[in-house]
Design a protein around this ligand. Sequence first.
Ligand SMILES: [Zn+2]
Length: 164
Amino acid sequence: MIKFSLTCSNHHAFEAWFPDSDSFIDQRARGLVTCPHCNDAAVEKSIMAPNVRGGKRRGETDPAPLPSSSQKAPEQTPIPTAKPPETWGPEQVVAARQLLHAVRATVQKTHEDVGDKFAEEARAIHEGKKPDRGIHGKASKEQIGSLLDDGIEILPLPDPKLDS
Ligand SMILES: [Zn+2]
């Protein structure tokens, strides 16, 4: 989870939590991020951490394989060491990539692979129509947004094709 400090076009300042910066960009693009004071959807990201300016996209890490998870960390837990990738050096990028590979390897061992049916399976589990279990698979950005909108907990991971 990332906390963004936001301002609306009427200069109200407020804060909101997002699973990652891509989620913020996606939700804002669809008018889902609104000012709690005046309901304005024309929000801008303001400075989100000391010495760091936001607003840059984080490259081509489009989320693709996704585990659904019932063992996610509690919401609204700030991660003190989380910094925007543009401030990372090569070592940190490598370390982060290795960590993500380890997470993905674990997920693939412990979660059932449902392939392209991820979105419908995750929704069915959420609605109690399928047995509650960990799954992973693929979903489009639209499907991810829709699942998040409905409060279904998913964790986007980088696509394996970005490994090399
Ligand atoms: Zn406002």
